[in-house]
Ligand binder design. Structure first.
Ligand code: FES
Length: 574
């Protein structure tokens, strides 16, 4: 379609010849734009989560230049803008506290400005869901360019993975197995290039999620950040978003229920992070798609594991890219997927992947010979998690997936830190560690502490895993028999708040059961005596968060952000 005959949203700003039109054009001209850039061509927002405080996105100013190049080539006008960036490794107390805030900014900035389409530059964990959530509530043509993973960590002759090896190295340091010099050396060896965590942690999971949803050009997820093909992808994405605007191909046409179901199955096959559940639920909520926690179990738990990446396996994202990346996985799964789901390049998921090559079966298995059978995220129910909890069996110890043990309870993270290494803590390897008040409202912000360290005295005995239960999240790079996202959380009076030392807990993952073996009358007595803890903040954003955040089983979005408002703005610029 000729952009001169197609009335674009941006023409409400630039296509008028009155005071407002003068103002909109004139002030932009202070940047040197010629008149013909306001002639009705698509205006593309480049939504940039670059920040020096988000090192995983530190190369995004360069990446944005390649998107810009592509937009110009296709006849569009690119306008880059910054949004709140959520840097996983620096922000306290947890980036999850700010995901919804960032999504609000993305939504409002897109809607308030003369944009016809948007390219979202995302990388570090929460920068992806926050941008997609915000963009979904506006629903313009939208395309994601993810920043790509770091190159493999290389430490003294072997590969080390972001996050995953941090836990191992930290435990080694705690028990004296390595020196502090070794530890510091490993830091440099682990993070040696641009990009996000190169394990199948949350950032890689989110990159796979947006590709599985059809929001990126094919093959985008795995290209290393410092590989020149990442820049090419950005440039091609810049070209494509201009076409998407001309086709009026909106986000809601890509993010359909079949696309979400595809993403759940693909996430299982790649061994994706448990955080995937929260973010996809929140995205679905913005689109008005009735996705439930049980859908993740129904659709994903029986899927096989096809990708051999840490923390579930042994390789890293760079290897994944050289093996064929996500298209090779999707091709294997095609019989299980809605292959006709539309993607941003205008082709279906099946069309994009039906000839995808697989160059390394040690990294990407065939559907007939998977690395593991039935390893998707499993949803648990029972009196200890009335609205559900999840476990990632592929990262767990198989022998612990059916277990009965004595509870050792920590009332909050401070209590845990104070007592976990006490020599007289009454704990053995058969116990079940319970951590309370680390959920959305309890911490607040639902931090990634669900994979909390084992007692030092048990680590020294060679114990490597125990069942841990909490209302927290777990880093996507972590591993262990860890039950997460217990809902309702302890801070709102969920049964998790009522567990005390010595209670017996039963886990049976194949039965989807998490049971606190305490009589109903005793639980009722404890509930009567239960008192909510004092709130953490009476003012500011945290107070808004505490008033409006929802529980883990619906995605931890704010109640007033669910749904979308579209792209219309009631008034001009005054
Ligand atoms: Fe940014 Fe892992 S810390 S992706």
């Amino acid at each position: 379609m000729d952009h001169k005959t197609f009335k674009l949203r941006s023409q409400e700003w630039f296509g008028r010849f009155d005071t407002l039109g003068f103002t909109h054009r004139s002030w932009l001209k202070n940047q040197g734009y010629p008149d013909d850039l306001f002639d009705g061509r698509p205006v593309i927002g480049i939504c940039n989560t670059w920040s020096e405080l988000t090192p995983c996105n530190g190369h995004f100013r360069v990446l944005a230049e390649f998107v810009r190049r592509g937009v110009y080539e296709a006849g569009g006008l690119p306008l880059e803008f910054p949004v709140m960036s959520l840097g996983e490794v620096l922000m306290r107390p947890t980036t999850m506290l700010f995901r919804n805030l960032a999504s609000m900014e993305v939504e409002e900035v897109i809607r308030a400005n003369p944009l016809d389409g948007v390219v979202l530059l995302t990388g570090c964990d929460k920068t992806t869901p926050s941008c997609v959530m915000g963009a979904a509530s506006v629903d313009l043509p939208t395309l994601v360019v993810n920043g790509g993973p770091m190159l493999n960590g290389k430490y003294r002759g072997h590969d080390i993975g972001s996050g995953t090896d941090v836990w191992r190295l930290s435990d080694d340091l705690r028990v004296g197995a390595i020196t502090l010099d070794d530890y510091l050396d490993a830091e440099s060896c682990m993070s040696r290039s641009d990009g996000h965590c190169m394990t199948m942690g949350t950032a890689s999971t989110m990159a796979c999620m947006v590709e599985a949803l059809g929001l990126t050009l094919p093959g985008a997820a795995a290209i290393p950040a410092s590989d020149s093909r990442r820049r090419k992808l950005a440039q091609l994405s810049g070209r494509r978003i201009v076409e998407m605007v001309k086709e009026d191909l909106r986000l809601s046409q890509i993010l359909t229920r079949p696309a979400l179901e595809n993403a759940i199955k693909i996430n299982a096959a790649v061994g994706g992070s448990s955080n995937f559940v929260l973010h996809l639920l929140a995205i679905a909520g913005r689109l008005g798609i009735d996705l439930t926690l049980d859908d993740f179990d129904r659709l994903g738990s029986h899927m096989p594991l096809l990708v051999n990446l840490m923390p579930s396996g042994e390789f890293l994202m760079e290897d994944f890219y050289y093996a064929g990346g996500l298209p090779a996985v999707i091709r294997e799964l095609n019989d299980h997927l809605h292959g006709d789901a539309l993607t941003v390049n205008g082709q279906s998921l099946r069309q994009n992947t039906e000839n995808a090559p697989n160059y390394n079966r040690d990294v990407i298995a065939s559907i007939d010979q998977p690395f593991q059978q039935e390893v998707g995220l499993t949803v648990l129910h029972g009196n200890l998690c009335e609205n559900g909890a999840i476990i990632k069996p592929s990262a767990a110890t198989p022998a612990l997936l059916k277990h009965r043990g004595r509870a050792v309870v920590f009332s909050d993270y401070e209590d845990y830190e104070a007592r976990i290494d006490l020599p007289d803590l009454e704990v053995d390897e058969n116990c079940i560690l319970v951590l309370q008040n680390v959920g959305p409202k309890g911490y607040p912000g639902m931090p990634e502490v669900g994979n909390f360290h084992l007692p030092k005295k048990l680590l020294e005995q060679g114990v490597t895993d125990m069942i841990r239960i909490s209302d927290a999240r777990m880093s996507g790079t972590a591993f262990g028999t860890v039950i997460l996202h217990v809902a309702p959380e302890a801070a709102v009076g969920g049964t998790l708040a009522l567990v005390i030392d010595g209670d017996m807990i039963e886990l049976d993952v194949s039965d989807r059961r998490l049971h606190l073996d305490v009589s109903g009358s005793e639980l009722a007595r404890r509930r009567e005596n239960w008192q909510p803890r004092p709130t953490h903040s009476e003012r500011g954003y945290v107070s808004l968060f505490l008033k409006h955040v929802q529980q883990a089983d619906t995605g931890v979005d704010f109640d007033f952000l669910v749904g979308k408002s579209g792209a219309d703005v009631a008034h001009g610029n005054h």
